[in-house]
Design a protein around this ligand. Structure first.
Ligand code: HPA
Length: 276
C-alpha cells in the first residue's frame, strides 16, 4: 500500500470515527464562498488541522474546515477551503480530499469556485453551471501508478459534469429568480492572472470562464465514479480588447455577495435529490 493510500485511509478513518453516519453528498466551497454555509442546520465542524494527513490551505480566503450539517433537508459534508496547484501542492495533494470523500462513500460531489468570465454575455456576480472543462494546467492527478481499487487506468471524460444535476441547477435558479448561465470552464495553474492575449485565446478555444481550481478535483472524482455538479461564480469579466486590472479582494467581495444565491440554488437541488 502506498503512503498516499495510507494517508487517505487514516484521514477517512478519523472522520468516520467523529461522524459515524457519513453523508453521501459533499460540497467543496471556493474562494469567498465559505459563507454558503450560513443556512446549514445542525452544523458540526472539524479543522483540517485536526484530520491526520490533511493539508492546510495557504490562502486566507479558504478557512480549512470540514463541516457536517443539513442543507435542503439532506446531510452534507462541506469542505470549506481547498488546495491549489499554485500553492505548490502536487496534483495528488490537490485531489487528496476527493480520495478521502471516496473512502467515505460520497456519491455526489458539488464543486464551486470563483472564476473570471470570458463569455461577453456574462456579468460579475453571475452563476455559471459548468458543462465541461478544458484542462490547461499541464497536470493530472491520475499520473503515476493506478490504484485499481479506486478507479480504472483510463477513465472516460465524455461527461465529467452530470447533465441531470446541471439541468436541476438551471431549474433551481429559475425557481429562485436567478438566471443560471451554463458554460465551459478553463483551468489554469495560476497564480498570475491572464494576459489579454491569453484571455483572447481562451475565448477562441471555447472557454466561457477561467480559474485556478476544480480540474484536479473533477478528474479524481470521475476516476472515483462520483456524480459531479460544478458551479462557478463569475467574479470579474476578462475583456481582451478592454483589459481592466482584477484584484483578489474584488474577487472575494463579489463571490461573497453571490454566495447567498448559490446557497439557495444548492438547497433547492438537494431538496429534490431523493425524488429520483
Ligand atoms: N482568472 C483566474 N482565476 C480567477 C479569476 C480570473 O480572472 N477570477 C476569479 N478567479
Amino acid at each position: 500500500m502506498s503512503d498516499y493510500e495510507k494517508k487517505v485511509i487514516r484521514a477517512a478513518g478519523f472522520i468516520q470515527t467523529k461522524w459515524n453516519d457519513c453523508p453521501e453528498i459533499a460540497i467543496i466551497t471556493g474562494t469567498g464562498l465559505g459563507e454558503i454555509v450560513s443556512s446549514v442546520k445542525n452544523p458540526d465542524s472539524v479543522s483540517y488541522q485536526e484530520i491526520p494527513g490533511f493539508p492546510m490551505p495557504t490562502v486566507e480566503s479558504h478557512p480549512g474546515r470540514l463541516l457536517r450539517g443539513i442543507l435542503g433537508g439532506k446531510p452534507v459534508l462541506i469542505l470549506q477551503g481547498r488546495f491549489h496547484l499554485y500553492e505548490g501542492y502536487s496534483p495528488r495533494e490537490v485531489s487528496f480530499p476527493i480520495r478521502v470523500l471516496q473512502m467515505l462513500k460520497i456519491k455526489t460531489l458539488i464543486i464551486s469556485n470563483a472564476a473570471g468570465g470570458l463569455n461577453p454575455s456574462f456579468k460579475a456576480g453571475d452563476i455559471m453551471v459548468i458543462k465541461d472543462h478544458i484542462n490547461l494546467t499541464g497536470e493530472n492527478p491520475l499520473v503515476g501508478p493506478n490504484h485499481d481499487d479506486w478507479g480504472i487506468r483510463f477513465p472516460d471524460m465524455c461527461q465529467v459534469y452530470d447533465s441531470g444535476l446541471a439541468g436541476k441547477a438551471v431549474e433551481a435558479g429559475a425557481f429562485s429568480g436567478v438566471e443560471v448561465k451554463q458554460g465551459i470552464y478553463a483551468g489554469l495553474k495560476g497564480p498570475s492572472l491572464e494576459t489579454p492575449s491569453e484571455n483572447r485565446y481562451l475565448q477562441r478555444i471555447g472557454a466561457d470562464a477561467v480559474g485556478f481550481s476544480t480540474i484536479m478535483e473533477a478528474i479524481a472524482a470521475v476516476h472515483a465514479q462520483m456524480r459531479i455538479l460544478g458551479v462557478s461564480i463569475i467574479t470579474n469579466i476578462n475583456k481582451p480588447d478592454h483589459p481592466e486590472p482584477t484584484t483578489m479582494e474584488a474577487v472575494i467581495q463579489v463571490a461573497g455577495k453571490s454566495a447567498k444565491k448559490l446557497e439557495a440554488i444548492l438547497s433547492i437541488i438537494l431538496e429534490g435529490l431523493d425524488a429520483e
